[in-house]
Design a binder for this molecule. Structure first.
Ligand code: GDP
Length: 195
């Protein structure tokens, strides 16, 4: 049942014009440091499939991983990294927007947000970019091990409430450290690919 376990590196691109043609892909996006690389590695059960970056935001690659059966996972550049000049940050937000709005083979989006600081402005912007496509978004509230049980539940409820107006959005808790929530993500993504 584990769709991510046989993931292999496929290609890296720096420009949207170089995106490889795919039939179906699921993209992972999130603020820099939200725990995206860790989540990808945890789901793939690999220590270094996606790089946990020491200097986040420096290199802006779009990495493709082959999941088999003509299905791909896309690791998008993290946004909002404070030490990158504003103009560069804005440029990448724009590129992400173009990708999210125009990529026909993108069947669903996994949005990773630190469960201690969910729904910051750029997170909402990503949701808005993707909204008009009518395709589903699944949110991982990452690093959930850093919250108490009751805070986890409260955050989950708050995010669900806040996103009640967004169609096709689902939310769950996730921890790469504790490896919790992996099966739930897998079920969602398998559902998208099989739809
Ligand atoms: P990315 O920039 O979104 O790819 O984030 P990373 O995966 O590189 O993680 C950013 C930081 O958060 C690193 O120091 C990770 O060790 C830490 N981190 C990631 N996931 C978890 C988690 O589930 N629990 C805890 N406690 N820390 C995490």
């Amino acid at each position: 049942m584990s769709i991510f376990k046989n993931a292999t590196f496929y290609t890296t691109v720096n420009h949207l014009k170089d995106l490889p043609p795919t039939r179906a892909e699921v993209a992972f996006v999130g603020r820099s440091n939200a725990g995206k690389s860790s989540a990808i590695n945890t789901l793939a059960n690999r220590t270094r499939l996606a790089y946990v970056s020491k200097t986040p935001g420096r290199t802006q690659h779009i990495n493709f991983f082959d999941l088999g059966h003509e299905r791909f996972m896309v690791d998008l550049p993290g946004y909002g990294y404070a030490e990158v000049p504003e103009a560069v940050r804005a440029h990448w937000v724009q590129l992400l927007g173009r990708y999210l709005q125009t990529r026909d083979s993108l069947i669903g989006l996994i949005l990773i947000m630190d469960s201690r600081r969910p729904l910051l402005e750029l997170d909402r912007q990503m949701l808005n970019f993707f909204r008009d496509t009518g395709r589903p978004v699944h949110i991982l509230l990452s690093k959930s091990d850093k919250l108490s049980r009751s805070d986890q539940q409260q955050t989950l409820n708050m995010v669900r409430r806040e996103l009640a107006d967004y169609p096709g959005v689902s939310v769950q808790l996730f921890s790469s450290l504790k490896k919790t929530g992996t099966e739930q993500v897998e079920q969602v993504v398998i559902g998208w690919f099989d739809a």
